[in-house]
Design a protein around this ligand. Structure first.
Ligand code: ADP
Length: 212
């Protein structure tokens, strides 16, 4: 994918004389207060793969256990934060960059964040990963074939895309770049929702992000 200069330099402040100041509260102290290790759990996959279903269930599972978790989901941010962005490659990149920054801020604040966006470009996901401290970013590849996603067609979007009513639709007329080395890969075509959720929760427990 071609990236323009503005996108590449988007991590840098546009203005000079902008200094970063760290919080006086150490990340470890905040994590201790929370009782869990803050982390961004980043779901990526085709539309209809199951990102939102799994992320929403994970959020509710954790909150019921008293863990402070929050979800950033699909179209919601396009109503507010990213209402000025479309689906061109540049806008998709900026969409993910902003979401990644919000995830980082929420994890800085001590939360476990579940993010459920197609996020089709590897380079965009890797930029988000780089913005997090080591161990602060878990990439979950919600892996379902185009055929499976299209047969589910949860929102009727594939039908519309095939009819040419939605331009730049991921998997049909826009690319999806699967992760090479995600922390987790869930093949939702071969699993129940409950099994898929249990895989994520199990990973968080096994790697001591949350207490068992
Ligand atoms: P996405 O957020 O990736 O666009 P959704 O979560 O909105 O996808 O839709 C996924 C659909 O697939 C839902 O109807 C869900 O019930 C179904 N589904 C079937 N098996 C699974 C699974 N193992 N994990 C997640 N969703 C599944």
């Amino acid at each position: 994918m071609m990236k323009n200069k503005e996108t590449i330099s988007a991590q840098q402040p546009k203005s000079e004389n902008i200094a970063w100041s760290d919080s006086l509260v150490a990340a470890e102290l905040r994590a201790g207060l929370m009782g869990h290790k803050p982390v961004t759990v980043w779901f990526t996959g085709l539309s209809g793969a199951g990102k939102s279903t799994i992320a929403r269930a994970c959020e509710v599972t954790l909150v019921k256990r008293g863990v402070k978790a929050f979800i950033l989901d699909g179209d919601n941010v396009r109503h507010g934060l990213n209402s000025n962005l479309g689906f061109s490659p540049e806008d998709r990149t900026e969409n993910i960059r902003r979401i990644g920054e919000v995830c980082k801020l929420f994890t800085d604040a001590g939360l476990i964040v579940f993010s459920a966006f197609i996020s089709p470009y590897k380079s965009d996901r890797n930029l988000v990963r780089e913005r997090h401290p080591a161990g602060g970013f878990i990439e979950v590849y919600v892996d379902a074939s185009l055929e499976v996603c299209e047969s589910r067609d949860v929102k009727g979007l594939y039908r519309k895309a095939r009819a040419g009513e939605i331009p730049e639709f991921t998997g049909i007329s826009a690319p999806y770049e699967a992760p090479d080395a995600p922390e987790l890969r869930i093949k939702t075509g071969e699993k129940t929702v409950a099994e898929s959720v249990a895989e994520v929760i199990g990973y968080l427990e096994a790697n001591k992000y949350i207490p068992v």
